[in-house]
Design a protein around this ligand. Structure first.
Ligand code: SAH
Length: 347
């Protein structure tokens, strides 16, 4: 199939055979990408118009019991200065965020054993009570099904858990043996069954990733049918075993955003901070490739530099308000509009 035909087939049927997907991922010419992005924008505008939804990201702990080879807050990162926010500090972030117009809060952190179900339920319960009109997203890694159920019952609505790669061998290249793709996927299916709006996702250009791996990622997205998909380029972090690896490419990340938009017309798709890190207009380009979400940082300024998943992360010196203003302008400059609504998944 030629590339246009592949793109049109994807738009109509929302999937292609594995080999066609792999072929679509590599070796596109700029005009092929331009066509893909135009189709992706048309689809996204049909569903969500020109709105770009904002999520306030609160990075509330950088303690982590895991040792993922790519991640700057892995348990054996020697220079990570560990912190965790108190319940009160987390609520303060929400308060500031609400004032700035956020109607979705995302609590993200390492897998920190301090945050037991009891502590997490208490935080979720208070956020739910104080801001009943807001969506609450959790991104705190793999937990027991009972834990996910308790947090959902307490008022959490959405859960982000990138699957990282859907290829077994590649998963083992990125993670120590104590972590498994099977368990990661189990968690995602559990979250979905419980009733969360669920986000999976992966890094683009992580060490050892091939076009076949990415085709498997797309296949998995097609099976899971998540409400959100978080993808961004892999960016090396100096304290990790992958410090010397190459970063993921802008072009490939954008192409995957476009492809995912065609596969899942209604999906909530962030233009990530990592994308903004590898190119000064990475997030704008992401939106023009089919993304419709941005996730500015609401973490207190005192801790931002400590949540260093990867090197050179942007916005670590800014106030939350500055980030929102900056993003609003950037989004307006490309003809889209930063939206103050909750931005739930549209069916
Ligand atoms: N502990 C939570 C949150 C992880 S951090 C969880 O397990 O879901 C959020 C995401 O950052 C990860 O899922 C990973 O895809 C991404 N990330 C981590 N290190 C990265 C790096 N070096 N470059 C780009 N993205 C990275």
């Amino acid at each position: 199939m030629d590339r246009r035909k592949q793109i049109e087939t994807l738009e109509k049927n929302h999937i292609l055979p594995q080999e066609e997907l792999a072929a679509l991922i590599v070796g596109a010419k700029p005009e092929d990408d331009a066509y893909l992005f135009a189709r992706a924008r048309a689809v996204r505008e049909r569903v969500y118009g020109k709105a770009v939804y904002m999520r306030g990201l609160i990075e509330f702990t950088n303690y982590c019991k895991n040792d993922c080879y790519y991640c700057g807050i892995r348990r054996s990162a020697p220079h990570a200065e560990r912190y965790r926010l108190s319940e009160e500090e987390i609520l303060d972030c929400c308060e500031v965020g609400y004032g700035l117009g956020f109607r979705t809060f995302v609590l993200q952190g390492g897998e920190d054993l301090y945050f037991t179900d009891e502590r997490m339920v208490s935080i979720v319960t208070q956020i739910r009570a104080r801001w009943p009109d807001c969506a609450l997203t959790l991104s705190v890694g793999e937990r027991a099904r009972g834990s996910y159920e308790a947090l959902f019952a307490a008022g959490a609505n959405r859960y982000l858990l990138r699957h990282e790669t859907a290829d077994e061998a590649h998963y083992a290249r990125l993670h120590p043996g104590e972590l498994s793709l099977e368990h990661r996927k189990r968690c995602l299916w559990d979250l979905k069954e419980i009733g969360y709006q669920v986000g999976c996702g992966f890094m683009v250009g992580s060490p050892g990733q091939t076009a076949a791996c990415l085709a498997e990622d797309l296949q998995f997205i097609h099976e899971l049918k998540p409400h959100m998909v978080g993808i961004g380029p892999f960016v090396p972090q100096c304290d990790t075993p992958f410090a010397g690896e190459a970063q993921g490419s802008l072009e490939l990340t954008l192409r995957l955003l476009g492809i995912i938009r065609l596969m899942e017309p209604c999906v909530l798709l962030p233009a990530t901070t990592a994308l903004g890190t590898i190119h000064p207009h990475g997030r704008e380009k992401g939106i023009l490739a089919g993304a419709n979400v941005v996730m500015p940082n609401l973490s207190p300024q005192t801790v931002r530099k400590k949540y260093m998943l990867y090197d050179n992360k942007i916005c670590t010196g800014d106030e939350a308000a500055e980030c929102v203003d900056c993003l609003r302008q950037r989004i307006a400059s490309i003809g889209y509009e930063l939206s103050g609504s909750r931005g739930d998944y549209v069916n």
